[in-house]
Design a protein. Sequence first.
Length: 336
Amino acid sequence: MQRRLSDYLFISLKGIAMGAADAVPGVSGGTIAFISGIYEELITTISGVNLSLLTTLRKNGFAAFWKQLNGSFLLALLTGIIISFVSFMRLAKYLIEQHPVLIWSFFFGLIIASIVFVGKQIKTWNLGTIISLIFGTLVAYYITTLPSLANNDSPVFLFFAGAIAICAMILPGISGSFILVILGAYKTLSDALHAFDFKRVFIFAAGALIGLLSFSHVLKWLFKNYKNTTLAVLTGFIFGSLNKIWPWKETLTVLEKSTGQTHPVSQFTELGTIEVYQRQINDFETIKMVSEKSVMPFHYSHINNATDPQIAFAIGLMIIGFLTIFILEKIGSKTE
């Protein structure tokens, strides 16, 4: 595939969109990769990373190695992902803490449009694809309802947590960062990054690398042999993830980062809202929301002490998120 410099710029922009999505717990960068038209190439490229690359490098030189690796594609994409993930993480953190309804409304509209887009790729609808769609929906929905496990800093556990989380990150509809929270590896990894504990970071990265290389082969095989069924399952994953993206939530439990323990919000306030608890301790950094349930806007206003559910702004941002997907689809079609 012969590409121009402008094509790689578009790939970097797609990487920026993927990084922004991965920075938000509950949103998958894999979804963005799919709707922007680079998902199958990404999976094929990753699955092509093997020992034969070293043989090519030794016998035919760096140029042949780089071509077989599809290195220019990977470099452009990873550059966009890293730049976006690092720069957008602080903004995403601020928006989730200060304007949760608004940011989740945007992503809710984005995911709705993603369902339409991915569903259109299914060429034939039959009993098998319908069952696959339902299966994917139920699995993703169930994952969004799982409580967090207790914190675990075992090296073996951290290795497997990395392998599982990275698989989730490349699956549309399933958030890798959310999987880390469920597994109880979130605090361990964040502490390791903060303390520059390179041993733990390396163990996690090794697990992620092995998981990514292994799972990419499975996905490549599924797309080659059962593309219709695979698309149906992925559509279900995205549909099931809507429960996590729903803008109006009631927080049930929180994770205390200093101890890794979870506590019911009702332990701190009769209103059962994380906002009241935040004001009481005035330090958001000590806690993290773990277990939530979706509620209607009027109920959200009630449990948050008459807080404005911002319905008009929410609907507007849903529409913007919905339209964003069609812009990405148009870019994806142009560069595909």
